[in-house]
Write a protein that binds this ligand. Sequence first.
Ligand code: DUT
Ligand code: MG
Length: 144
Amino acid sequence: MEYNLKVKLIHEEARLPYRANAGDAGLDLFSVEEKIIKSGESALIATGIQMELPEGTEAQVRPRSGLALKHSITVLNSPGTIDEGYRGEVKVILINHGKEDFRVEKQMRIAQMVIAPVLLVNLVETESLSDSVRDKGGFGSSGK
Ligand SMILES: O=c1ccn([C@H]2C[C@H](O)[C@@H](COP(=O)(O)OP(=O)(O)OP(=O)(O)O)O2)c(=O)[nH]1
Ligand SMILES: [Mg+2]
């Protein structure tokens, strides 16, 4: 099944999200800003795009592993959630966990976005839940 992702470029240096290889889950997001993120600090980076997601989907904003490995740059609120109805500019909250300051360049691929299906459930308040094998076990209950 094919879906269309409508993207509006709202900055002269904005670029469409980029799929580096056919079949890649992640669509890379580009910065339209130049900004230095000091060691230990975070910054909100503009991408210059607005989107219309397919019905029943969200976009998850995730780190790029190369930036994480080489520069300790990651997405602070990973995975960031882009709601289907959001029409504002997509922005990325980067955090610099490294010892060195990091320079975000214009047109740098700063993060990636994965479009995922969403179950829009009805909320049903109840007094009783069905039995399960796990029951209330969690947080290491199954051992190492
Ligand atoms: O990394 C992100 C996360 C969110 N958003 C945009 C799209 C999303 O639909 C909206 C709201 O995000 P979220 O629900 O995570 O934030 P909130 O603090 O709950 O704000 P709101 O009250 O607007 O929902 O902000 C981004 O552009 N980038
Ligand atoms: Mg919200």
